[in-house]
Design a protein around this ligand. Structure first.
Ligand code: SF4
Ligand code: SF4
Length: 444
């Protein structure tokens, strides 16, 4: 097969969505390692599911890779130290969401001594792979933070055929997955083949947006890979349209399958994994070093020297920004994540967690909100076929029945509606509030 023939086009095109400016100015910035900070604050809530309990106490000595938090709950993932040193405190801290969690504060000895128990992992069975994902502390690294071992633990008898690798990275500014593909191609491909073989997927589709031609060129090698005699691992070039990387959207565009309310990807025969998650899992198997560092894109017009930085988990946002030259001027907002779905940070002492993929800081940009002009653009932009303007009216009228009828729970808070609204209505926030109202007072 010719190299170009190895590339698939999308099965379906994204409905709605928004054409965003890409602003991927850090795409060609090789990742740089940040020096080990003096202290790290390792949060016990770094994933979707049950938070961990600290497994260490004040005064304990820990190493790089030592487990410092764990939970008996199934939907959870262990948490490891990113430095060697001494635990100085266990304290309560506030998360960006407003909730609180325990944090293990560790003073680094500056030596980065690796935990002596760390050694490469042998994978012979499905259970070995699931255990590896769990012991690595792996969670969805595209920003979702769902524990990977739960995803890979497919029930006996389930019908599935396709592993989808999410390399879409559709949010503006963020290039951390792109750098994973460019810098760690072998880890990504070895991880893909391992998961495919051990779990028995018939097809693998690697979804990449067409605004990443260098990554696509690199992934041409898939066609020449001797492990792929039956051409079952294919690159799919997707249109650069937001939110192409949202799980439901990606399943639709790569397979044509529709995920109904409450369904999981496995219900339509798919497992979706982020490209950095797959590379990270392979590195864990190769070295035994769990997830203790994370690549972040640090960018935005208020950052002096935008970069891709590999950061020890638990480092404060302020230290990461200082490493990038600091602020060029006082920012109006600092975000964990992208401008569309990121969470605003009000305190630079907040710690980096596993599923953070970007820190963005922006100068003030004043936009005046005006009345809705009923143009319908928000409806056209919604990939879930929702009517945000009607939701806004129903919320104002406190009509919960109407909110239910408008299927607000289908909203994935992607922000496309707010982006296209000429009146600058805060529609994402409206949808969030509407979902909360239905949860609180709805009939189901
Ligand atoms: S209503 Fe929800 S899913 Fe639809 S565009 Fe707005 S934020 Fe995205
Ligand atoms: S896009 Fe904005 S102005 Fe247009 S209908 Fe929707 S809420 Fe109203």
């Amino acid at each position: 097969m010719k190299l170009t023939e190895s590339i698939l086009g999308p099965k379906k095109n994204l409905k709605g969505g928004a054409r965003l400016p890409h602003r991927k100015g850090t795409a060609e910035c090789q990742s740089v390692e940040m020096p080990t900070p003096k202290t790290v604050s390792i949060l016990m809530s770094q994933h979707i599911g049950a938070p961990c309990e600290p497994t260490v106490k004040k005064g304990d000595t820990v190493y790089v890779g030592t487990v410092v938090g764990n939970s008996d709950a199934y939907v959870s993932a262990p948490i490891h130290s990113s430095v060697s040193g001494v635990v100085t405190e266990i304290k309560q801290v506030r998360l960006a969401s407003g909730a609180t969690t325990n944090a293990v504060v560790i003073e680094s000895d500056g030596l980065d001594t690796v935990d002596p128990a760390i050694k490469p992992i042998e994978i012979n069975t499905k259970q070995d792979l699931i255990n590896a994902a769990k012991d690595c502390g792996l969670v969805g690294l595209g920003g979702a933070g769902f524990p990977a071992h739960v995803k890979l633990n497919i029930k006996d008898g389930a019908e599935y055929d396709t592993l989808i690798i999410n390399g879409a990275e559709c949010e503006p500014y963020i290039t951390s997955d792109y750098r994973e593909c460019m810098e760690n191609y072998d880890d990504v491909m070895n991880g893909i083949y391992l998961i495919k073989e051990v779990l028995g997927f018939k097809h693998v589709v690697i979804g990449v947006e067409d605004n990443k031609p260098k990554a696509i060129k690199k992934l041409y090698d898939i066609a020449a890979d001797k492990r792929d005699a039956d051409n079952s691992v294919r690159l799919m070039k997707l249109k650069s349209s937001y939110p192409q990387g949202a799980e439901k959207v990606l399943i639709y565009t790569t397979t044509g399958r529709v995920l109904k309310m409450g369904q999981l990807p496995i219900d339509v025969g798919c497992v979706v994994m982020n490209i950095t998650s797959v590379g990270t899992l392979y590195r864990y198997i190769k070295t035994g070093m769990p997830l203790v560092k994370k690549r972040l894109t640090v960018d935005g017009d208020a950052i002096k020297e935008p970069k891709n930085v590999i950061v020890p988990i638990g480092t404060s946002v302020g230290e990461v920004i200082d490493f990038c030259g600091g602020f060029s001027e006082e920012p109006e907002k600092v975000l964990f994540g992208g401008p569309m779905m990121g969470i605003a940070i009000n305190n630079l002492s907040m710690a980096v967690t596993k599923h953070n993929n970007a820190i963005l800081a922006f100068k003030p940009h004043y936009e005046q909100t005006t009345a809705c002009i009923r143009c319908g653009r928000c409806v056209g932009a919604c990939p879930m076929n929702l009517a945000p303007a009607a939701v806004e009216t129903a919320l104002k009228l406190d009509n919960v029945q109407k909110l239910e009828a408008l299927n607000v729970n289908y909203c994935m808070e992607c922000g496309s509606c707010a982006f296209v609204c000429p009146a600058k209505r805060p529609l994402t926030q409206t949808m969030r509030l509407a979902k909360a109202e239905v949860k609180r007072r709805g009939s189901k």
